[in-house]
Every structure is written in C-alpha cells, then in structure tokens.
Design a protein around this ligand. Structure first.
Ligand code: PLP
Length: 427
C-alpha cells in the first residue's frame, strides 16, 4: 500500500483517479452537497438494495400468500439465500449462518443456547468498552438463570477507557468462566481484538466464546472457520448497508448444530415437518434451526442486493481501500489539524484498527454540530470522540480532503462556539 501522501487537493483527485473502487460509488445514493462519514452507524442505500427490496414488494403485491412458494421458495428460505451471500464475508459455510432478529436478540438467542452455568463454572466474561446493549443482554440472561450479575458477570476493565488489553482478557479466563462475549472491533476506538489468539485461549480453558462483529463485518477481513469460535452475532445496517433495522446475522459453528436453540420457534423446525404443525419441535440441525418466527422479508430484501456488491468486489479489496483511505485521513489530521487540538485516537497499526478513524477533541460534541451545518455527517461518541468513517464502497478521497478542510475552518474560526453543549436524543 502506497502511503506517501501529500496535502494538496490535486493529490486527493489523483487518488480518486487511481482508485479501482471509485466507480462503485455510483451504485449508492450519495446526496449532493453532503459528505457522509457515518456509514459505520447506518450505511447508505444502494440502487442494488433498492432493486431487491422493490422486487420483494412486487412479489408480495402480485402473489400474496404465494410469495412463499414462487421462485423455488426463495422467500420461504430467504435466510438461507442471504446466508449464502453473507458467509464469504466472514469465511464460514453458508449453513453456519442464519439471518434473523437483531444483534441484541441474537445475543439473547446465543446465550440462551450456550450459557449453561454450573456451580463451579458460571461466569460470563465481558469487557467494559463494548456497546451497552451487549451488556444488558448478558446481565439479563444471567438473571434468567437465577444468578446475580454482580457476581456472575466478570468485567475486564480497560486501563485507559479507550483500549482493551488482550492479555488482561486472557488472564481473566479463570476456571469459573463459562462463556465469553467480546466485540471484534471496539465501537468507539476502532481497536481490533485478536480473535484467533483470544478464541484459542478460551478453547484451551474449555470456555465457550462468541464474537460481536457489528463494527467488523463489511469493514475487515475475517476467517471465522480458522478462528473456530463458537458463535458470532452482527447487525447488517452499518458497513453492510442493509437499511435501518435490517435483519441481523448469527453464526453457529457447525460443531454445535445439534444443540437446542435457547429460544425456539417454528421457523427453526425441520423444513419437512414444519407445516405438519406438530407440537413437538424438531430442530433443523444447522444454523437455520436458530430462526424463530416468520422471516422479515422486507427487512432482509435490501441485503440481497447490497451483498452482491460485496461479493463482486470481495472483502480483500474492500479492506485494502479502507486501510488506505483511513491512512490518508489520519495523515491529513496529523498534518493539518494537530495545531488545533485535534488528535487521532485509534491505534495506527493496520491489523489493530477497524474501518473508522477516531478523531479526538475537547470540543468534539460542538464540532460535530458545526460539521453537520457544513454538510458533513459524522457521529459523536461521548465524551470527546468524533467517528469519521470513509467507506470503501462510496467515500472518495476528495471528500476526505474536504472534511479535513472543514474541520480546520471550524477550529480556526471557533465556529463551534455558536453551539450549545446540550445533547440531543440521538447523538
Ligand atoms: C450497533 C451495535 C449493536 C446494535 O444492536 P441492535 O440490536 O442492532 O440495536 C449491538 N452491539 C454492538 C457492539 C454494536 O456496535
């Protein structure tokens, strides 16, 4: 990767010319006069996603209930269909993936499947930097087993509130730990945890381990087969651009296919007997057995279109562009913004950072408001972080250049001082 950058606008234009993914941007809905840097929270809509969504809608309009039978029962088996497009992104087999629920409900599903506390081995190990919903789900699953989270949830604490020390996690894998849930990419600082090392350490200690891939899928390359974790969960509306609240993903390692889903439902029944409507659940022994109710066709359909883009290009090329364009952004921050109190808050090594750049400033909140008024969509995370995510599929180098120019202007002219520090509902 060539990271000999310079700070001119012409250089940004030249980078766009040389970018083999530059044209992919035309498949997305980019608003004129707006620079979208928030694809790590909600990915932009694509024409491909729109087409597959409208197609599902047409089928419903024309066919009514027959939607379940046409096209070789594609929509009845829609989870399998989309799982086969999703699996290559994380390096697993199609039958190990189910498209169902939300990340949070899939954590509940996974924990109720895998968490089997005994007197001696009953703790769930987590970190204190993960997104809060993961913790809420863990605590409530622990309570369901009649245990007290104060005692049964073991928290590895970050020493600086920004990064997690992998060795501290391994040290915390004591005999009383039954299960571990960790994020692959930390949502605030973009730190990438070494899934292979941590999963191996868990397995050596006979501990079930699952990964939250929310900020990793569609951003970094993964080979979960080689990593051999027990389960993983992820949402599909961030880097994957599946649409607001798009149906989420759950990976069940095939060695667990014979387990019973913790929260079972009729769509997890074997196909052959599902419509016999028997009152005895017959578990489909692959990941699709972890479906619960009727698939959310309209919340899955955009994925069918957008995942074609991911598979055409492949995660290797996507990650390469992402690393390059984020390196360019960090370079510009260092060169042009460091005199104004801005700094890069993420780790610099390629294998240690995810898809966004973590821009730190004491006035981050008010700067994020000023950015919005200047047509840049960032997101702010407490207490002092602006996350900037140049997305490989649709962000241009010129846009990155412009964002840095605007950040410079906001700080130089103290434009943020016009804004209040009072937080809005969705920050
Ligand atoms: C985005 C995100 C979620 C979101 O959960 P939902 O159930 O989709 O609302 C959960 N965990 C992590 C780590 C996330 O980044």
């Amino acid at each position: 990767m060539d990271t000999a950058f310079n700070t001119t606008k012409e250089f940004a234009e030249a980078l766009d010319k040389a970018d083999v993914l530059h044209h992919v941007r035309d498949r997305f809905y980019i608003q004129p006069h707006e620079i979208y840097m928030d694809g790590n929270s909600l990915g932009l809509a694509s024409k491909d996603a729109e087409a597959s969504l409208l197609n599902a809608l047409e089928v419903w309009k024309k066919e009514g209930i027959k939607i379940w039978n046409i096209e070789d029962s594609k929509y009845y088996h829609y989870s399998k269909h989309i799982a086969s497009q999703m699996a290559p992104l994380i390096g697993v087999e199609s039958d190990e993936v189910v498209i169902v629920g939300s990340t949070t409900s899939n954590i509940h599903q996974a924990l109720s499947t895998f968490y089997e506390p005994t007197d001696k081995k009953y703790k769930i190990l987590v970190d204190d930097l993960n997104f809060p919903t993961d913790r809420y789900a863990v605590d409530s699953q622990v309570r369901q087993k009649g245990l007290d989270p104060k005692n049964a949830v073991k928290v590895v604490k970050s020493s600086d509130g920004v990064f997690i020390d992998e060795d501290a996690i391994i040290e915390a894998m004591t005999d009383d730990v039954a299960l571990i849930l960790l994020p692959t990419v930390l949502y605030r600082s973009a730190q990438v945890l070494d899934m292979k090392k941590l999963t191996m350490a868990a397995k050596e200690r006979d501990i079930i381990i699952g990964w939250d891939l929310c900020h990793a899928i569609g951003a970094i390359e993964m080979d979960l087969t080689q990593i051999d974790a027990d389960f993983a969960v992820w949402c599909t509306y961030k880097y994957l651009s599946g649409g607001p609240g798009a149906t989420a993903g759950l990976y069940i390692n095939k060695r667990h296919f014979n387990r019973n889903p913790g929260t079972a439902g009729w769509f997890g029944n074997k196909d052959e007997t599902q419509f016999q409507l028997n009152h005895t659940f017959e578990h489909q022994p692959d990941a699709s057995g972890w479906q619960v109710g009727t698939p959310n066709i309209l919340s899955m359909a955009p994925l069918e279109g957008v995942l074609n883009i991911f598979n055409e290009i492949g995660m290797h090329a996507i990650r390469n562009k992402s690393l390059h364009i984020t390196a360019y952004l960090m370079y510009l921050i260092d060169e042009k913004l460091s005199d104004y109190g801005y700094s890069v808050g993420n780790l610099r090594d390629d294998f240690k950072r995810g898809g966004h750049v973590c821009l730190v400033h004491n006035e981050a909140y008010r700067i994020s408001l000023a950015l919005k008024d200047k047509g840049v969509i960032p997101d702010f995370r407490e207490p002092n972080v602006i996350r900037l995510a140049p997305i490989a599929l649709y962000t241009s180098y010129e846009e990155v250049y412009k964002v840095v120019e605007i950040l410079e202007e906001i700080a130089q002219d103290h434009l943020y001082e016009q804004y209040s520090n009072k937080r809005g509902l969705v920050v």
